[in-house]
Unconditional design. Structure first.
Length: 204
């Protein structure tokens, strides 16, 4: 009976040890509840931020927009972007799956400011500002580096700029974020784990 019990104890310990191996990459998920999050703001804060944007960046962007188009109705830069909730949930689930497959902790999402090319197929979006989402991981001492899980090796996150530079002009190679305009010598297109496809307002 003692031998039987010892066998089971050793077996259980072995299973526990084996199941604990190679799981360091998994992010410890904090308990999620429906209480008000710490990063939620008040309307007074919100009003102050919108006001500062209106008297600062918006003036510059609207001025650029007026130079960009001859249509007065199209001369106001976009001020908001809509992302469907289910699309956002699916995107996060996709990033979590990719990161788990590559044994890399997903630390968050970095959101980059960008603009649709002048030659965009949708004229209403041509030249308008937009946002690009990229997953982040710990690289070096930083916990929020945008990386590319699609082409990273297991446990080795690679910065997304390693691939973005392949499609950037030589003049912008030294820029930290790099250019989103492809050069004529770019290789054949590649999929990314980045996301966009936002509905900007304006245009209505």
């Amino acid at each position: 009976m003692k031998k039987f019990n010892k066998f089971h104890i050793i077996l259980l310990l072995s299973i526990f040890i084996l199941s604990s191996c190679n799981t360091d990459y998994k992010q410890e998920q904090p308990s999620v509840n429906d209480s008000r999050p710490a990063n939620a703001i008040t309307y007074k804060e919100m009003a102050g931020m919108f006001h500062q944007y209106d008297i600062g960046q918006k003036k510059v962007l609207d001025s650029y927009r007026k130079e960009f188009t001859n249509d007065d109705k199209d001369a106001i830069e976009s001020i908001s972007h809509f992302y469907d909730l289910n699309d956002l949930k699916q995107y996060i689930a996709y990033l979590e799956k990719l990161s788990e497959e590559k044994e890399i902790k997903l630390t968050g999402i970095r959101i980059f400011s960008a603009a649709y090319p002048k030659e965009h197929s949708d004229i209403s979006r041509s030249g308008r500002q937009t946002l690009i989402f990229m997953p982040t991981a710990k690289i070096g001492n930083s916990n929020s580096v945008a990386f590319e899980p699609l082409y990273s090796k297991k446990g080795e996150p690679v910065k997304f700029t390693e691939f973005l530079h392949k499609f950037s002009s030589k003049e912008t190679q030294q820029v930290l974020r790099a250019s989103f305009f492809p050069s004529f010598n770019s290789p054949e297109d590649m999929d990314s784990s980045g996301a966009n496809r936002l509905d900007p307002t304006p245009p209505m």
